[in-house]
Design a protein around this ligand. Structure first.
Ligand code: BV8
Length: 240
C-alpha cells in the first residue's frame, strides 16, 4: 500500500491535498465506468444508438424531430442504470465534501451516482436522467409514467442538456465561480472535449490552482495539468 501511494501521489500533491480548503472536482463518464456505465468515447470509438452517433441522438433538434426516439434512447440508458451502484471513486469524492471547508463537485454525468454515493449539492451541468421537464413551462418532475406535463399538459422531455442546448440556469456560472477561486482542482474521468464544461480546469489554473487529472488515458488536458495520475479513478481516489 505505502509503495503504491508513494509512487502515484507526489509529496507536493499530498501536501496540497492536506493543506487545501477550497477544492473543486469535475467528473465525466469515466468516474462511472467501474460501476458498469458505458462511457461515450472509450477505446477510440464513439457510442452509437440505432446507427446514430450519441451526439446526434442527444442533440437539440431531436426534440422537435422525434421526441419518442429521444425517450427511447434515455429509457434504454436508464434501464442500464437500474442495476448499477456507485464505485470507490464516487464514495471517495463523497467523503471529500466533509473534509474540505469549501468543496464543489461538478459533474457532466446524468446518472445520479454521485448523489447515490452520498454527495450533496452536486452541480449537474448536463441535467439528470431521473427527471423530466416540460417542453412548454419547463416544470421539472421526478420521472413517472406520465409523458404529459401535470401543469400545462404539454409534452415532457428528459431533463438532460442536449448538444446545442443551454446548460441549466446558473449551473455553469456556479461552477465557474467556484473554479475561479480554488487551490486544488481534480479532473476525473473526462475526455474534456465537451464545452463549456471543459473550460473549468482552465479557470482553476488561471486562479493558481493545482490541477490534477485522473484518467487511464491522456486527454487534451494532460499537458496542461500540474499532476497526471494515470489509472482508474476507483483505484486512485481512495489513496488520498
Ligand atoms: C452549449 C447529456 C450554448 C446528454 C451531454 C466550443 C467549442 C466547440 C464546440 C462547442 C463550444 N461551445 C459549445 C459547443 C458545442 C457543444 C460541444 O461542446 N460540442 C463538442 C462535441 C465539440 N456544446 C454544447 O452543445 C453544450 N451547449 O454550449 O450551449 C451553445 C448552444 C449552441 C451553440 C453554441 C453554444 C451542451 C453540451 C452538453 C451535451 N450533453 N450529456 C447525454 O448524456 O446524452 S454531453 C455528454 O458527453 C456528457 O455529459 C459529457 O459531457 C460528454 C462525454 O464526455 P465524458 O464524460 O468526458 O465521457 P467520454 O466517454 O468522452 O470520456 C470518458 C473518459 O473517461 C475518457 O477520457 C476515458 O479515458 C476515461 N476513463 C475511462 N474509464 C475510466 C476513466 N477515467 C477514470 N477512471 C476510469 N475507470
Amino acid at each position: 500500500m505505502q509503495s503504491q501511494t508513494a509512487s502515484l501521489i507526489s509529496a507536493e500533491l499530498r501536501r496540497r491535498f492536506d493543506t487545501s480548503s477550497r477544492v473543486l472536482v469535475l467528473t465525466g463518464a469515466g468516474v462511472s465506468a467501474e460501476s458498469g456505465v458505458p462511457t461515450f468515447r472509450g477505446g477510440g470509438n464513439t457510442a452509437v444508438w440505432k446507427g446514430m452517433p450519441f451526439d446526434v441522438i442527444s442533440s437539440a433538434g431531436m426534440i422537435e424531430r422525434d421526441l419518442p426516439a429521444v425517450w427511447e434512447w434515455f429509457d434504454y440508458r436508464r434501464n442500464l442504470l437500474q442495476a448499477v451502484e456507485p464505485n470507490a471513486a464516487h464514495i471517495a469524492i463523497a467523503r471529500w465534501q466533509d473534509r474540505f471547508p469549501d468543496f464543489t463537485l461538478v459533474t457532466q454525468n446524468i446518472d445520479g451516482l454521485h448523489q447515490k454515493a452520498g454527495s450533496r449539492d452536486v452541480v449537474e451541468l448536463h441535467g439528470n436522467i431521473w427527471r423530466a421537464r416540460c417542453v412548454a413551462c419547463s416544470m421539472t418532475i421526478g420521472l413517472n409514467e406520465h409523458r404529459a406535463c401535470l401543469g400545462c399538459g404539454a409534452h415532457l422531455r428528459p431533463d438532460v442538456v442536449l448538444f446545442g442546448e443551454l446548460l441549466p440556469p446558473g449551473a455553469y456560472e456556479r461552477a465557474a465561480d467556484a473554479a475561479s477561486d480554488v487551490e486544488l482542482c481534480f479532473v476525473v474521468g473526462t475526455s474534456a472535449l465537451v464545452y463549456p464544461a471543459a473550460n473549468l480546469p482552465a479557470l482553476a489554473k488561471r486562479a493558481g490552482a493545482c490541477v490534477v487529472e485522473v484518467n487511464p488515458e491522456r486527454t487534451p488536458l494532460s499537458d496542461f495539468c500540474d499532476e497526471v495520475l494515470t489509472g482508474n479513478a476507483g483505484d486512485i481516489l481512495p489513496l488520498f
